[in-house]
Design a protein around this ligand. Sequence first.
Ligand code: URA
Length: 231
Amino acid sequence: MMRVDALLSRYGYCSRREAKGWVNAGRVVCQGVVVKNVNSRVEPKDVLVDGEPVPFVDGLYVALNKPIGYTCSHDEEGDLVYDLLPAQWLQRGDGVNSVGRLDKETSGLLLLTDDGAFLHALTSPKRHVPKVYEFETESPIPKDAVAQFAAGTLLLRGEKTPCAPATLRIVEPCKGELVLHEGRYHQVRRMMAAVGAPVKLLHRSAIGALRLDDLKLQPGEWVAIDPALFK
Ligand code: URA
């Protein structure tokens, strides 16, 4: 149970101060009864605001098909992944953040949430959630990169520990798929550059059991997901 003014600000409708105006205008209904007082305590699941249920009362978990050219940041110049979400979500009390990042020039599956514990659990190096990347390279992928990546011996410039074992599949001479269990800065691009096949196109197609193709999202579209998929 929570106060109506707390609910309206927690879920991004308005500030606590503005809540009175919303309530006085009859915009908030609980179990079929118009709420008269911002101090009333309500169960968020029982509430309609402007006739609609409160979205994601138990936490926001969304998969986005990130287009090329969008940045995973709240405060940079240019197009941001957050511009692709309803503005009200960004006003939610706990904020909305991406689970890890994709480079501006990388497309594909990106998870977004307002649940800090979920975010940290999924990005923790201990979790090893597999992430699948599809890419095209500027020059043919050397066959021995498959064994080198699998062995977990590749040391990237500036790093102290070698990359964890990763599975590389050469699909065509200049096309590959790489499954990573960790998330270092620009990791796919740096690994492929290290074996002499720089990446020119990069796309993330899956995180754990969640495959972007199954979600049928156009670039820029999002869909709610069940966080239990990652338990
Ligand atoms: N590896 C990269 O190089 N870029 C990404 O966006 C993700 C993984």
